[in-house]
Design a protein around this ligand. Structure first.
Ligand SMILES: Cc1cc2nc3c(=O)[nH]c(=O)nc-3n(C[C@H](O)[C@H](O)[C@H](O)COP(=O)(O)OP(=O)(O)OC[C@H]3O[C@@H](n4cnc5c(N)ncnc54)[C@H](O)[C@@H]3O)c2cc1C
Length: 475
């Protein structure tokens, strides 16, 4: 089938998956009024790839499925991923290209997946990656183990009792139970993938699992947070009306995973090495391009707000605008550097140099949060003095709005309102708040990732500048 349309994507979601929202089981996600806008928003992504087929598709498939084999492949993928990110101005963090890129990277690394006699697991993975590409499946993923008590180790005591683990095996399947956080796109995906996040203890092989199952697999429970999608005009809430990608907590209650969909079963050595080579250099290309698109959008929004309020040239405002542009430009530069230093990671698969991304990963959450702060500081009360589209349709109200709520530089009241509403939905609506949390944590916390950055710095280089400097002085 290859790349699907939005209508085909929605038709594929009609099944008996177990989705829970606010105490009720949703019998058909395509029919649930609360999800309507968000599903249309995701359907729009599938249509968008056809509208921009030259950039977004390769041999009829979404470009994110391509296994990069050379620098040109990465450049080509960049163009497609950037176009896909522009669909939502980077606000949708989990358009399917995110997990697609991960699995393309996995499929390109047999020497990692085939370790410890896991040839069969790797073959299953390659077959699944092809199936996802040819069927243009929407994949979600859960890679994080929930911890109830951070005083004890991740896999001890109460924490251990929650872990996703293998509990049984039949001739055709393995049976798994436990929980994972947090499947973004959960109710709107075709398949749930599970692969390694943090390392597991070597003496608990039952935790070493990687697989994929359809969302309607019996025993899979998808427990959604409140849905922040709102049934409103796009003018009023351009993101909340279409782009709530819906996070969900996942419980596996004796879920049978067919053996042909199991990529790792009981091999901690494989599990613990999968993320160590290539994943960062691969996935961070996708997600950093998205971040760049989003930061550029935030810069433009902030600049337009500054112009609309006549503050564009005030030194303190210009300073904040320059700061925001710098984050976007530093992101662009990091991606450019990582791509231009790309290399063969083994197995003939090309990924970006991970070092710029190792630095960007813990730093980006701070930039995203600061971008939101700058939008609030520049927007101030204007973010809330924003009549809705329907207000402008009211004959009595419209002339009043046109008089009192226009902007500087000749911008009319309706355009002004749309601008500040867009900014508020970006930073301040329920979805805006959720998205800020997403940016803070979706790639693990900054605290952990700065620790990783330090470890990488120590691994990759001898640090001898200080004694060398001293010896120069001694001479
Ligand atoms: C909106 C959203 C969507 C998500 N979607 C997905 C998804 O689709 N799939 C998926 O698998 N996961 C997803 N996640 C989960 C995400 O991967 C985890 O939230 C993330 O890994 C953080 O886990 P944690 O809470 O254990 O963070 P931790 O790293 O434990 O951090 C929690 C807090 O402790 C602090 N901290 C941690 N370590 C240190 C330290 N060494 N020193 C000082 N302070 C420290 C941090 O700064 C932070 O404030 C999502 C999360 C969010 C918020």
């Amino acid at each position: 089938m290859a790349a699907r349309t939005g209508a085909q994507y929605i038709a594929g979601l009609r099944d008996d998956r177990s989705i829970w929202v606010n105490g009720s089981r949703v019998t058909d996600v395509t029919d649930y009024p609360g999800f309507a806008g968000s599903l249309q928003g995701l359907a729009g992504y599938f249509d968008w790839q056809h509208t921009h087929a030259i950039e977004c598709l390769s041999d009829g498939e979404n470009i994110s499925h391509q296994i990069p084999r050379c620098l040109e492949d990465l450049s080509r993928r960049h163009v497609g991923l950037e176009r896909l990110a522009r669909y939502s101005a980077g606000m949708l963090g989990r358009t399917p290209d995110y997990v697609n890129v991960t699995f393309a990277g996995f499929a390109g690394q047999p020497s990692i997946w085939k370790q410890e006699g896991n040839e069969g697991g790797y073959e299953n993975l390659v077959a699944f990656q092809r199936e996802a590409a040819e069927g243009d499946l929407a994949l979600t993923h859960t890679i994080i183990h929930p911890i109830v008590d951070k005083r004890t180790r991740d896999y001890e005591g109460e924490n251990r009792s929650l872990a996703l683990n293998k509990v049984d095996e039949t001739a055709e399947s393995i049976v798994v139970s436990g929980a994972r956080i947090l499947a973004t796109l959960g109710p709107f995906a075709d398949e749930l993938t599970v692969y390694p996040g943090h390392p597991i203890p070597k003496d608990q092989p039952e935790l070493a699992l990687a697989f994929s199952v359809p969302m309607n697999t019996p025993g899979l429970k998808v427990i959604c947070r409140d849905h922040y999608g709102v049934d409103r005009d796009e003018f009023d809430l351009p993101f909340s009306s279409r782009f709530d990608e819906q996070d969900a907590f996942i419980v596996f209650d004796d879920v049978e995973i067919p053996k042909h969909r199991v990529f790792c079963d009981g091999l901690p050595g494989v599990y613990n090495s999968v993320m160590g080579r290539g994943w960062t250099g691969n996935i961070m290309q996708q997600t950093s391009i998205r971040a760049q698109v989003k930061l550029e959008f935030a810069y433009e929004l902030a600049t337009r707000m500054a112009v609309a309020t006549g503050q564009n040239e005030r030194p303190d405002i210009a300073q904040m605008l320059g700061e925001l542009w710098s984050y976007a430009e530093l992101t662009r530069s990091a991606v450019y550097t990582a791509e231009s230093q790309a290399f063969d990671y083994g197995d003939g698969v090309w990924f970006c140099d991970e070092r710029p991304f190792v630095a960007l990963r813990p730093t980006m959450p701070g930039w995203m949060v600061r971008a939101n702060e700058i939008l609030k500081l520049i927007g101030s009360h204007n973010l809330l003095a924003t009549p809705a589209a329907a207000d402008f349709d009211d004959e009595e109200l419209k002339p009043i709005l046109d008089k009192y709520l226009k902007a500087a530089d000749g911008m009319n009241a309706k355009d002004r309102s749309r601008l500040f509403r867009t900014a508020w939905d970006f930073v301040g609506s329920a979805l805006g708040g959720r998205t800020e949390l997403y940016e803070r944590f979706y790639l693990a916390s900054s605290a952990r990732m700065y620790g990783v950055a330090h470890a990488v710095a120590q691994r990759d280089r001898e640090w001898e500048a200080v004694p060398t400097f001293w010896s120069q002085a001694d001479r």
